[in-house]
Design a protein around this ligand. Structure first.
Ligand SMILES: Nc1ncnc2c1ncn2[C@@H]1O[C@H](COP(=O)(O)OP(=O)(O)O)[C@@H](O)[C@H]1O
Ligand SMILES: [Mg+2]
Length: 408
């Protein structure tokens, strides 16, 4: 059975993601006596795990990503890794920003595919930025753990991260909330955090500044060096909860859209264009609808049921209010999409993004004409019929394009 990748992310620096990642991996090792792997992929902090673990491997994740071995097995990986006294394997981030930008994305993908065949539990410290690197880890991950705290600013940033993850259409259940530095004394109660984030808290880790500071000063993660501390118990509880609920095995069954291959990405707009040709996607015409259009109709119907777009008290002449409405509608579409079967027609994130854009444009604007209107090179648009549009670009002869053919 392949191992599980746990991606750790958070909305802000300093909330304890790196401390959490290292101690979670160690708690797994101590609970289950199986060797986990920790990968430091926080390319902004550049080497915090070296300080937490007190190790400085000679090579980093960037070197591995650029290694040209045909297969990355344990023998190939060993010279790139360090192992802590407890037996935790560790791949470090580079310590120089100039090296960090050399991370090879295909190589990272290959590494993530390989490590699940070697280790049962892999924790990746992803830092605070959701970018293409992080998304690549999410694609390979079984669970995304979002670390947050009872701080209003942190919560605001956590929401931003949760929205970003949702925009990439990862299944909501894959995302678990960890409340770090938890204290009963805070005015922001755990229940308020759950309500605001729209998510249950998977685990709460107590505020324990002294243990944390001491463990950092000694470069000894507290799960190993302070076995009796309440904070250490909280980490063991997380691993036990994962085991008892069998959550990782369950989450690994989730169907999630992957990054599209070049072929799939190219197919998405084509499929959309074909779908719209000759029939307004929102019209209930007699022509049979293809799966793409039929899904779009379904989403649009659900959207209308959720939001009464016409009745919303929005002044559409105000750009700010228009933007707000667009954001609100996009969120509603994403919520609907997470309930749709993401396999098949929405098998790639590019296709899903295309679907969101089309429904959004058609619900709020002029549908396929939106892209033409936004294109500065297009100086003239003439609509003859719903499936006959002429556009003009300077120094080019008029081009005929079928309705919704965005690539005319
Ligand atoms: N539960 C906790 N209680 C008290 N201090 C904590 C806790 N978790 C983390 N810290 C402290 O927070 C600081 C930032 O931790 P770090 O893991 O580097 O954050 P991030 O990776 O999110 O930037 C460290 O000084 C760490 O000791
Ligand atoms: Mg960090």
């Amino acid at each position: 059975m392949p191992g599980h990748i746990i991606a750790v992310v958070g909305g802000k620096g300093g909330i304890g993601k790196s401390v959490f990642s290292a101690n979670l991996a160690l708690a797994y090792l101590m609970e289950l006596r199986q060797r986990p792997l920790l990968i430091d992929l926080d390319m902004a902090s550049l080497g915090d795990q070296n300080l937490i673990l007190g190790m400085r491997p000679p090579k980093s994740v960037v070197d591995i990503s650029r290694h040209n071995a045909s297969a990355l097995d344990l023998k190939v990986l060993t010279p790139f890794m360090a192992t802590t006294a407890q037996g935790l394997s560790f791949i470090s981030a580079p310590t120089e920003p100039t090296i960090a930008k050399d991370l090879d994305m295909d190589g990272l993908g290959k590494l993530l595919k390989s490590v699940v065949n070697i280790f049962p539990f892999i924790v990746v410290d992803c830092g605070s930025i959701v970018d293409s690197t992080t998304v690549k880890v999410f694609e390979a991950a079984t669970m995304i753990m979002v670390v947050t705290s009872q701080d209003v600013i942190v919560l605001n940033q956590t929401k931003r991260v949760l929205n970003k993850i949702q925009e990439h259409l990862f299944p909501p259940d894959m995302v678990q909330l960890v409340l770090n530095r938890f204290t009963q004394a805070s005015v922001v109660q755990a229940a308020m955090v759950q309500k605001n984030m729209g998510k249950n808290i998977f685990a709460a880790i107590p505020e324990e500044a002294e243990t944390c500071t001491g463990s950092l000063a000694r470069s000894q993660p507290f799960v190993a060096s302070s076995p009796q501390a309440p904070i250490t118990r909280a980490y063991h509880d997380i691993i036990r909860k994962m085991q008892q609920t069998n959550i990782l095995a369950q989450l690994s069954q989730l169907k999630k859209p992957t990054g599209a291959s070049a072929k799939a990405a190219a197919e998405a707009p084509a499929a959309a264009g074909e779908a719209s040709k000759g029939t307004s996607p929102m019209a209930s015409g007699a022509k049979p609808v293809d799966p793409w259009t039929s899904m779009k109709l379904r989403i649009h119907k659900a959207l209308v049921e959720t939001m009464d777009l016409k009745k919303s008290n929005i002044d559409t002449s105000d750009p700010k209010q228009r933007e707000l409405l667009r954001e609100k509608t996009k969120k509603a579409i994403l919520d609907i999409l997470t309930r749709e079967d993401a396999t098949g027609i929405l098998s790639s994130r590019e296709k899903s993004a295309q679907m969101v854009k089309e429904v959004l444009d058609e619900a709020l604007g002029l549908g396929p004409l939106e892209d033409l209107l936004a294109d500065d090179a297009v100086t003239e648009i003439m609509v003859n019929a719903r499936d006959q549009i002429y556009i003009e670009r300077p120094r080019r002869s008029p081009i005929f394009c079928a309705c919704a053919s965005r690539r005319a």
